[in-house]
Design a protein around this ligand. Sequence first.
Ligand SMILES: C[S@@+](CC[C@H](N)C(=O)[O-])C[C@H]1O[C@@H](n2cnc3c(N)ncnc32)[C@H](O)[C@@H]1O
Length: 229
Amino acid sequence: MPFSLDQVVPWGRSFDEYVRMFALTEVDLGRRILGCADGPAAFNAELTGRGGTITSCDPLYQFSAAEIEDRIDACFETVLEQTRANQDGFVWSDAIPTVEALGQVRRQAMQTFLKDFEAGKQQQRYVPAELPELPFPDGAFDLALCSHFLFLYPSLGRAFHVESVVNLLRVASEVRIFPLLQLDRQRSPFVEEVIGEVTSLGHVAEVVRVPYEFQKGADEMLVITDVPG
Ligand SMILES: C[S@@+](CC[C@H](N)C(=O)[O-])C[C@H]1O[C@@H](n2cnc3c(N)ncnc32)[C@H](O)[C@@H]1O
């Protein structure tokens, strides 16, 4: 089914959240990074501003900044309302103390993205692409990051998850995926399935605790690397 804008609820995280979700070090930030399913996150804009090398891919990028902005505006209050109704499912801290603060952090991140998007698309830093396929050559990246897409939606199914991760490993020598929970806060059954599959293909897979928890219990990422040569 073709991707349509009214299917997506654009919701983008900040650079600081990406650093903590994926436990990124300065060395990591200097690698050739692919941000897969980055949507309207600020990570690409801010990392580029710091001199980093990053490509983001998402089917959302087939639309213009104005179209994406309209969709953000149409969804924004509904998402905050849903968060307010499920406040107990989140960890409120100094970084994000209230639903209103969450709205400000997300709005700022998405504005940073929107300001950067058209220029970034020209520079091929934002590429329209849809998992499980990826339009990049083998080994094009050192590190692929996937935040809040894989494992979050059980309806995507086992085959989609395995095929997507195999493709991420084709284009990058290391893959990190966060979180490992579904929207209902249950651990995705596909975590173990993916670990089994990539291990059988000769990769090393490890679940690693990270210094980030917003959805309660979501404080681990999956790291998959090539076998040390
Ligand atoms: C919840 S958002 C996460 C955005 C960003 N990674 C973050 O954490 O702030 C999920 C993103 O997945 C994207 N998406 C949907 N289907 C996809 C697919 N088949 N392949 C890659 N991305 C997809 C959506 O367009 C959306 O931007």
